[in-house]
Design a binder for this molecule. Structure first.
Ligand code: TLP
Length: 347
């Protein structure tokens, strides 16, 4: 039986041996008292890497985004997000529950928002209108295909938000993928935001956790909101230790995942019945329209499972493949063979 090839998400990455070792040996304390030296080290490192004053370790990307939204908004505010953003699509309506804010969806092109589209959605100062207080960006953009918003566009969007007195939060679950794809330091992306959430547990392969970064004052307030959400963890240095390795050792290798995604996309694009928008293949994701095979995305994914190749349906007719550190070039070529076999089955 060949080994399983898991392309469902980069969230499936296993911690490296070094991560496990530093977890076992981590110096810890009670983080609610601010006394966990390893958490403090991770938060300071994360802030430095993103060019912000302070950081806050949170359990998940969802928690990071929601603590950030809550810290930026008041109840009844409106926030602008890209129509297909993770915050809107996949966070279980949390913005309504925790922040009492309503979401205004603005469509982007390939996940990239247009400054004039954002500006048009900002509410007038009218007695009937909610206050538009926050713009949320997503870089890389998951549902658009792992697409990248260039630094110049981040800057333009930030300019629009600032002209209207709004804050900018970046859902940077995969901001280091964006930085590697753009060939820039992640700081250059983060410069055009007030806060960033990034995940340690996705392409950077840590087992748990995200960090939010921002100004010192903003992080102080976010820390209180995290506590309210039940996210005040105690000897969290055990997991923060792996996060430090993730930031120090796992960023530079992301280019390899991007090459593997490109290789996968180029090969799958040749398979009859499959359609891929190659323009969207910019980082570690490949979205494939399977409608030409006569199968639904669910059926297609189930067929993959039978051959030990896992990938997720993302839409009724689309499947998503994500490359990551536990998938080699050989695995990618093996997955191509399997997918070709499945696609051929109904022709
Ligand atoms: N994304 C997951 C699923 O929830 C879809 C995945 O497999 O890609 N922002 C972005 C852009 C994300 O892609 C995700 C997770 C999150 C936030 C949330 O992170 P977690 O899962 O840690 O809450």
């Amino acid at each position: 039986m060949p080994h399983e090839i898991d392309l469902r998400s980069d969230t499936v990455t296993k911690p490296t041996p070094e991560m496990r070792r530093v977890m076992a040996e981590a110096e810890v304390g009670d983080d609610v008292y601010g006394e966990d030296p390893t958490v403090n080290r991770l938060e300071a490192l994360a802030a430095r890497r993103l060019g912000k004053e302070a950081g806050l370790f949170v359990a998940t990307g969802t928690m990071g985004n929601q603590v950030a939204i809550m810290t930026h908004t008041q109840r009844g505010d409106e926030i602008i997000v890209e129509s297909d953003s993770h915050i809107f699509m996949y966070e279980v309506g949390a913005t309504a529950v925790f922040s009492g804010a309503q979401i205004r969806q603005v469509p982007g092109a390939g996940g990239v928002l247009n400054p004039s589209g954002v500006e048009a959605a900002i509410r007038e100062n009218d007695i009937h209108a909610p206050r538009t207080s926050l713009l949320c960006l997503e870089n890389t953009h998951n549902r658009a295909g792992g697409t990248v918003t260039p630094v110049q566009r981040m800057r333009e969007l930030y300019g629009v938000a600032k002209r209207h007195g709004m804050a900018v939060h970046l859902d940077g679950a995969r901001v280091f993928n964006a930085a590697v794809a753009l060939g820039v330091d992640a700081k250059e992306i983060a410069a055009w935001t007030d806060s960033v959430q990034f995940c340690l547990s996705k392409s950077l392969a840590a087992p748990i956790g995200s960090v939010i970064v921002g100004s010192k004052d903003w992080i102080d307030r976010a820390r209180k909101n995290r506590k309210m959400m039940g996210g005040g963890m105690r000897q969290a240095g055990i997991i923060a230790a792996a996060g430090i390795v993730a930031l120090e050792k796992m960023v530079d290798r992301l280019a390899e995942d991007h090459e593997n995604a490109r290789l996968l996309a180029e090969n799958l694009a040749e398979v009859r019945g499959l359609r891929i928008d190659m323009n969207t293949v910019q980082t570690n994701m490949v979205f494939v329209d399977v409608s030409g095979t006569g199968m639904t995305a669910d059926q297609f994914s189930l067929a993959g499972l039978e051959y030990g190749v896992k990938f997720n349906p993302s839409d009724p007719m689309k499947v998503r493949f994500v490359t990551h550190k536990d998938v080699t070039r050989e695995d990618v070529l093996e997955a191509v063979k399997v997918v070709r076999r499945i696609a051929g089955g109904r022709q």
